[in-house]
Design a protein around this ligand. Structure first.
Ligand code: SF4
Length: 182
């Protein structure tokens, strides 16, 4: 019978995890990286384009978990999009492989300004376990200007969510500071 489970679900608390609080130091550092006018233009929601620059797919598993019921990314106004042309954020996983450098740069150029680049995982930070490979240039910052790094191998969905929420927190602070009409 469907009815008993429907009635039970009305009184159960949601399965979703509560939102983690972004670290104050992270928010402050991000605020310094983007001029206030640009932050306001981005608004209070963000479209994210995921770019795999050569990862082992471990980071992707955690990124995918963000869209499930437990972390439920969309409740915060964050959503994944299929094209960098529709994105505010490039979320890059994996080390910067030489073979992917041109594709990464093209994705970056296609993303309209203002935009954030978020490097996810230890590989995106400095090459990680692939650092000494002939196929790898190093971290994502060897190819793209990185605004935020979320370290870990792989970082948990909670860490990813915290990092992404810090981008929104920066924008909200900038929006409050903005005087209408200026
Ligand atoms: S950080 Fe770890 S999980 Fe992520 S791509 Fe590198 S090796 Fe894989």
């Amino acid at each position: 019978m469907l009815w008993p489970s429907l009635i039970r679900s009305l009184f159960r608390r949601p399965l979703s995890e509560p939102a983690p609080s972004p670290a104050e130091a992270t928010v402050t550092a991000l605020a310094e990286r983007l001029e206030a006018a640009a932050q306001v233009r981005l608004g209070r929601s963000l479209a994210i384009r995921h770019v795999d620059s050569g990862s082992c797919n471990g980071c992707e598993l955690e990124v995918n978990a963000l869209s499930g019921v437990v972390y439920d990314l969309e409740r915060f106004g964050l959503r994944f999009v299929a094209s960098p042309r529709h994105a505010d954020v490039l979320l890059v996983t994996g080390p910067a492989c030489h073979n992917m450098a041109e594709a990464m740069q093209r994705a970056f150029l296609c993303t309209p300004d203002p935009k954030w680049v978020v490097a996810v995982g230890d590989c995106a930070l400095d090459g990680g376990v692939f650092r000494d490979s002939y196929a790898v240039a190093g971290g994502v910052d060897r190819v793209l200007p990185v605004d935020l790094v979320i370290p870990g191998c792989p970082p948990s969905p909670a860490m990813l969510l915290e990092g992404l929420l810090s981008l929104l927190a920066v924008q909200e602070e900038a929006g409050e500071d903005e005087v209408p009409g200026n």
